[in-house]
Design a protein around this ligand. Structure first.
Ligand code: C2E
Ligand code: MG
Ligand code: MG
Length: 666
């Protein structure tokens, strides 16, 4: 807002070349326009059009752009006074539009801030909404009365625009919103960190500076230009599309989810989080290809959004690669009802995909915050692991059912448990015997790690191995495993127990360790064992990570006399071509393939796989034989070796040795 009367009558009339002067005055406005357009361009190309804060930012930019255009409409015609009939109408209409829009940007900026920091619930109550919007409403009221009382401003054909006696009220109200915003920004130090917070504070300071400059030098109409700079700063430092958005899918990013969860915890907001894990996302991505897959996720997000839009729920959606959508809602509605409706409606809306064979198969976890969990790390971790913690495969999981389980407590503390296990010697090796169909004896065994934690008891590798891999603890853990097994071999006479070798599972990271052969060699010398007594198991995932160093390791260990087995054949993308890539003597067929063998087709697949492997000269272990019938089926297929609960579960060292002794053939 500016002292237009002063500008237009004082300066103009004293100067020659009025058009030049007016051009100089409106230069700043003209420069502001491309800045706003650039911001809008970024918003649209980066798909920053979803999400409450994004939408408010978009509205704020549009409003500022139109306010600038209105400002030009107000200024430019006044280069020639007295105003013509048309110019007069343009100046009057532009003035009203300018004041309506310009004053609303202060309100929108504050709303944007509240949404960005997830504290908008502070003004959810009707009375707080009224208090919040009252100052702006009074500006609208003053503008509505202005044609009658001319209290805010006047436009005459002779002198153009001039301030009215009550125009100061507009300044005061802008100051009030500005002050609230400024104080709130200082408070926001809890929610926005580092440069983001500095940028926010600077925007308010810049705003004040612009008004001050304009007040002191009425000829420089810097307000809209400073607003444009401020919004550009918000875009570059706070919005950061590359960080806040998943631009490929057009939904807020995983980083935004993490920061919003932290803010929710800090502010104490009550929300319902639905973690929508698309169980088959990897397969769908492979089937559709990257581009189509992004469209598919984006369509699901759109379907979810429209459902909630209809219901007037305030909802934010986030996407985490490869296939998890997070939905944060402010609703007291029955969570199950919400999700059931969501499933039905979403399936309907993406029907065209299901016609091509793509099935939407989500697993959903419902978390009420803060009732179920009030710690950001726990919420994020539960979102990643809920379907692992609760072993029943179901569609809807409730955080309330999971968080009191022992597994959740273990998952939440897994890093310290593994650390403690490595340091305190809580990693114990169990051994599962492997049966030789040809001789009818136990021919080898697999070493399987367990953690016996003083606080949580026995923990299975299904929980701690993936965690150790993710936390970078698999190498020290693998070292302990290797040492334990080598010690076991050296302290027992394997041959006397009927065993040819012990199998040790190796993780990808271990295979890629550049001093793996040296480590093995050191253990071999320390415990004086024969490499033939060890068989190293690797899984198919190593094929996805084949590197020179891994190939070197495998070759070197083979040269040293160690043999390799391929574990878990039959899950993932097994290919016989891959089996040929590495020197593998033994193939271990995964339990899932055996489970499928109770159907005709599954049986044929298993049988052909057994034959094929034997034809290319591989020895074969089938894992997971639990029943007499399974064992009989495998014997009929002339499988070489069988491993399974039917013979024995994995046993602690002593029990295992006793088991073997008891089962030795006389
Ligand atoms: P794996 O290497 O495929 O081991 C076989 C798993 O199948 C073992 O589970 C074993 O207890 C289980 N199993 C064997 N027979 C049957 C059966 O008849 N029925 C059923 N339901 N299960 C059977 P476990 O001990 O829980 O180990 C799970 C996985 O953890 C292992 O799968 C392996 O990938 C990993 N693992 C275990 N110990 C280690 C280790 O020391 N290092 C590494 N890197 N991974 C390990
Ligand atoms: Mg194994
Ligand atoms: Mg296996």
């Amino acid at each position: 807002m500016k002292n237009k009367y002063f500008i237009l009558t004082g300066i103009y009339n004293r100067c020659r070349g009025k058009k030049n002067i007016i051009m100089r005055i409106i230069y700043f406005d003209i420069c502001a326009i491309p800045l706003f357009l650039m911001i809008l361009f970024i918003c649209y190309t980066r798909k920053m059009i979803r999400g409450n804060a994004n939408q408010l930012f978009l509205v704020m930019t549009f409003v500022s752009l139109f306010a600038t255009i209105a400002d030009l409409g107000m200024e430019a015609p006044q280069a020639i006074l007295p105003l013509s009939e048309t110019s007069y109408v343009i100046v009057v209409i532009s003035s009203y539009i300018y004041f309506i829009l310009r004053n609303s940007t202060n309100v929108i900026l504050l709303l944007f801030l509240l949404h960005l920091t997830r504290t908008s619930f502070l003004i959810q109550k009707t009375w707080s909404k009224i208090v919040f919007s009252l100052p702006y409403l009074s500006i609208l009221m003053m503008l509505a009365l202005n044609p009658f009382n001319r209290a805010s401003f006047t436009v005459t054909r002779q002198n153009g625009y001039a301030r009215g006696p009550l125009l100061m009220v507009f300044y005061i109200i802008a100051l009030i919103y500005g002050l609230i915003g400024f104080v709130y920004s200082i408070y926001c130090r809890r929610y926005l960190r580092g440069t983001k917070w500095i940028a926010l504070i600077s925007i308010y300071i810049l705003g004040y500076l612009a008004v001050l400059i304009q007040f002191l030098y009425p000829g420089t109409l810097m307000e809209m230009f400073c607003t444009a700079i401020g919004e550009m700063m918000i875009m570059l430092t706070i919005m950061r599309p590359e960080e806040r958005m998943d631009s490929e899918v057009g939904v807020l990013s995983w980083a935004s989810y993490q920061s919003d969860i932290s803010n929710i915890i800090r502010s104490g907001e009550h929300v319902l989080i639905s973690v929508i894990q698309m169980a088959n996302s990897k397969e769908i991505r492979n089937y559709l290809g990257d581009h189509k897959y992004n469209e598919y996720v984006s369509d699901i997000a759109e379907a979810i959004r429209t459902i909630h839009w209809d219901r007037h729920h305030r909802t934010e959606l986030y996407f985490e690669k490869p296939g998890t959508l997070y939905m944060i809602m402010n609703t007291e509605d029955d969570a199950d009802e919400v999700v059931k409706r969501l499933l039905i409606e979403t399936s309907k809306k993406i029907k065209h995909y299901s016609d091509t064979g793509v099935r939407f198969e989500p697993m959903i976890c419902l978390i009420r915050v803060p009732e179920n969990l009030n710690n950001a790390d726990d919420i994020i971790s539960l979102g990643h692991k809920f379907y692992l913690i609760n072993s029943h495969k179901q569609t809807i999981y409730h955080a309330s059912d999971i968080i009191y389980s022992q597994n959740f407590a273990i998952e939440a503390h897994i890093e310290e448990i593994i650390d403690r296990a490595i340091k305190d010697g809580n990693v114990k090796m169990y051994y599962q015997p492997i049966y030789d169909v040809h001789t009818g004896t136990f021919h080898s065994a697999e070493a399987l790690a367990r953690i016996i934690d003083p606080e949580y008891g026995l923990i299975s590798p299904g929980i701690f191995i993936p965690a150790a891999e993710a936390q970078g603890l698999i190498i020290p853990l693998g070292d302990v495993v290797m040492e334990e097994v080598f010690r076991f071999i050296s302290q027992n006479d394997l041959e006397a127990l009927g065993l040819s070798y012990i199998e040790i599972n190796l993780s990808v990271a271990q295979c890629m360790e550049n001093n793996l052969p040296e480590k093995v060699k050191a253990l071999q010398e320390k415990y004086k064992i024969d490499p033939k007594q060890v068989n190293l198991e690797i899984t198919e995932t190593v094929f996805e990570n084949i590197s020179e160093i891994m190939m070197e390791n495998v070759k070197e260990l083979t040269r040293m006399g160690y043999s390799f087995a391929l574990d878990d054949y039959g899950i993932g993308y097994s290919s016989i071509q891959r089996v040929n890539h590495l020197p593998l003597q033994l193939i271990k067929i995964d339990k899932s393939m055996l489970d499928e063998a109770d159907h005709e087709n599954g049986r044929i697949i298993l049988e052909s796989t057994v034959k094929m492997m034997q034809n290319i000269g591989k020895n074969l272990v089938v894992e997971g034989a639990e029943t007499f019938e399974m064992v009989e089926t495998l014997k009929r297929m002339s499988t070489d070796y069988i491993q399974g609960f039917y013979f024995s579960k994995p046993l602690p060292e002593k029990d295992f040795v006793n088991f073997l002794k008891a089962n030795l053939k006389q």
